[in-house]
Design a protein around this ligand. Structure first.
Ligand SMILES: [Zn+2]
Length: 249
């Protein structure tokens, strides 16, 4: 097993030394709150679905009712989910001024719900949506209401189609993404948690910090293509690592 006390001590020491540490989180953080990573198998009802059909701009435009059928299922899970040990730990580190905040690929809003103040949602958040034509804002509940009739939710202002504010494949990234990259210019420690670093350009965060001389800690259940860039690598589930770190910080 990979979980040595030495590695945990190294992580704590890096956190204490850093002036501008940020966390960078992915699906592995959310799965421990019971949110399935729909890009991997085992999503029950939807296990045989092609993510491109329900998570791409083409899929959204091509078959909007199917897109909303999927999102209604996913919304049921997201709205029930509660922050876990990792969310709470990061919020606590921020409060103790050992961490600047969190940059997340997750769209579930759980970092904010756990009390993290500085949160960059790199791929948006499911709770809000907007009209794709006039950008008028709607909550996800308002969108579902308007989708009830025929699966096509339309804008009250201009009758444009409504979309949740989550970044779909084939879509441009939100402002928060670019703001986060600017913020990384100061970052001297990136705590990478629960991501396989396969989604670009978000995964560019790691080489970005490394090339500027920053440190990288990587905790993920499986090996990633960027393990070689990290100063400390731990291959364990977060639920086996974070409680031990909580004891130490
Ligand atoms: Zn509109």
């Amino acid at each position: 097993v990979d979980l040595s006390v030495k590695k945990l001590q190294d992580i704590v020491e890096l956190l204490r030394e850093a002036q501008h540490a940020w966390a960078f989180t992915g699906a592995g953080v959310s799965t421990e709150s019971g949110i399935p990573d729909f890009r991997s198998a085992n999503s029950g009802l939807w296990s045989e679905i092609d993510p491109m059909e329900v998570a791409s701009v083409e899929g959204f435009l091509h078959d909007t009712p199917r897109f909303y059928e999927f999102w209604r299922w996913r919304f049921g899970i997201l709205s029930q989910a509660k922050p876990n040990h990792t969310h709470h730990w990061l919020a606590d580190l921020e409060q103790k001024e050992l961490l600047q905040g969190v940059m997340t690929q997750n769209i579930d809003g759980l970092h904010r719900k756990s009390g993290s103040q500085a949160v960059y949602e790199l791929h948006g958040c499911y709770e809000q949506g907007s009209c794709i034509q006039c950008q008028h804002p709607y909550t996800i509940e308002q969108i579902f209401e308007r989708a009830q009739a025929d699966g096509h939710p339309h804008c009250d202002q201009c009758s444009g189609l409504l979309k949740p504010n989550v970044t779909l494949f084939g879509e441009s990234l939100p402002e928060a993404f670019y703001e986060a990259f600017v913020e990384l210019g100061q970052c001297d420690l990136l705590l990478v948690l629960g991501t396989s670093l396969e989604v670009f350009p978000a995964a560019e965060m790691v080489p970005q910090v490394k090339h500027r001389g920053g440190r990288v800690v990587l905790i993920n259940a499986e090996a990633t293509g960027m393990d070689g860039l990290a100063d400390v690598v731990v291959h364990n589930k977060l639920k086996d690592v974070i409680p031990a770190l909580i004891e130490m910080v």
